[in-house]
Design a protein around this ligand. Structure first.
Ligand code: ATP
Ligand code: MG
Length: 334
């Protein structure tokens, strides 16, 4: 990639201070997001997807969270060092985030329209004077945003309370809120897991459409590889706080390189597969209060070797594929 990335997480490590000791949640993570790119982050529960995403917007509570090392560069500015006031301007206007459960983020005692207008008005103080809106103009803009996310009858829904909307409609309202500040980056953390399957598909379609229309760069966090295949061009695979593979979606599905990625793909039900047996990955996640040195997957890996006591750097093994594993030699072959 010749152009420098829009967002670049570099050698990022984060820990939590707990009663039992220091929990080393994220270790030496490197992730780049290019302009216009749609990046998936996948990995099993607890591997650090949400903590990584929240770190971008400085939303990890501190304490107990503490950045141990690394930088998160947005247009060259290190967000790890940014003040809370600076982050307030960045959240929503440059980088916005949507979460799994829309109800948690909507206040039950105010109408959805009022909450959307409040968000739009809160952005005003960070905008140049000529772009600021009166509350009335903000209301018109709010309805325009609700229309953009295909909320049916936006003028009527504007006056409704969150409980009067379905789960899918509430998620649309949250997407409208997230996009009302016209951010460059949208981070979607499991945006559809709380919804039923048909609604999931509609929300995913909507995110895909908005990505194209608004030229958004997207980070989509999911444990669902099908969602990645549908919406992303690139994917980062995390295991226990480490990035083990970073590849184009095609390269990852055609030729998963890291033994963990291979296990993850083998665990996905496949209609064409005859055996009908799902292969899991035997073993357990390491204890991050006392993590193993080097690769955190080694205890579960059938190909582990002495070298795994040191973490392999992400090495490019193809045009669109990098893997952090000593199985791959200088020539990029196992
Ligand atoms: N506030 C906290 N205090 C202590 N540990 C935390 C805190 N928040 C997250 N963790 C730990 O950090 C690790 C990564 O959590 P994270 O929420 O990022 O996982 P995830 O990959 O998003 O999982 P899921 O798929 O279940 O959402 C987990 O082991 C979690 O227990
Ligand atoms: Mg999560």
């Amino acid at each position: 990639m010749s152009e420098s990335p829009l967002l670049s997480i570099q050698d990022f490590s984060l820990e939590f201070n707990t009663f039992d000791g220091v929990y080393q949640a994220i270790a030496d993570v490197n992730i780049d997001l290019a302009k216009g790119e749609s990046l998936g982050i996948v990995g099993e529960t607890g591997c650090g997807k949400s903590v990584t995403a929240k770190s971008i917007l400085k939303l990890v509570p501190s304490p107990p969270g503490r950045v141990r090392a690394g930088r998160i560069l947005f247009n060259g500015e290190d967000l790890v060092q940014a003040s809370e006031e600076r982050m307030r301007a960045i959240r929503g206007l440059d980088i916005a985030m949507i979460f799994q459960d829309p109800m948690t983020f909507l206040n039950p005692v105010f109408t959805v329209g009022n909450q959307l207008v409040d968000v739009i008005m809160a952005h005003q103080r960070f905008l140049p004077q000529r772009e600021s809106r009166s509350r009335r103009e903000a209301r018109d803009y709010a309805i325009e945003m609700l229309r953009k996310v295909h909320l049916p009858n936006p003028e009527t829904q504007f006056h409704n309370y969150p409980h009067q909307l379905s789960g899918g409609m509430r998620q649309r309202v949250l997407i409208a809120m997230a996009l009302s500040g016209r951010p460059q980056i949208l981070i979607a953390d499991e945006p559809t897991t709380a919804l039923d399957v048909t609604i999931q598909a509609q929300i995913l379609d909507l995110i895909g459409e908005l990505m194209k229309d608004l030229g958004l760069s997207v980070i989509l966090i999911t444990h669902d590889l099908g969602v990645v295949a549908l919406l992303c061009n690139r994917v980062v695979v995390m295991y226990s706080g480490q990035v083990v593979e970073d590849a184009s979606v095609k390269a990852l599905f055609d030729n998963p390189a890291h033994p963990y990625t291979q296990g993850l793909l083998a665990a996905v039900p496949h209609p064409g597969r005859s055996s009908g047996v799902l292969s899991g990955i035997p073993g357990q996640l390491p204890n991050l209060l006392d993590p193993p040195k080097g690769c955190r997957f080694q205890a579960r890996c059938s190909k582990a070797m002495a070298a795994c006591g040191e973490m392999a750097p992400l090495k490019r093994i193809g045009k669109d594929q990098s893997v952090a594993c000593w199985l791959y030699g200088e020539d990029g072959h196992a």
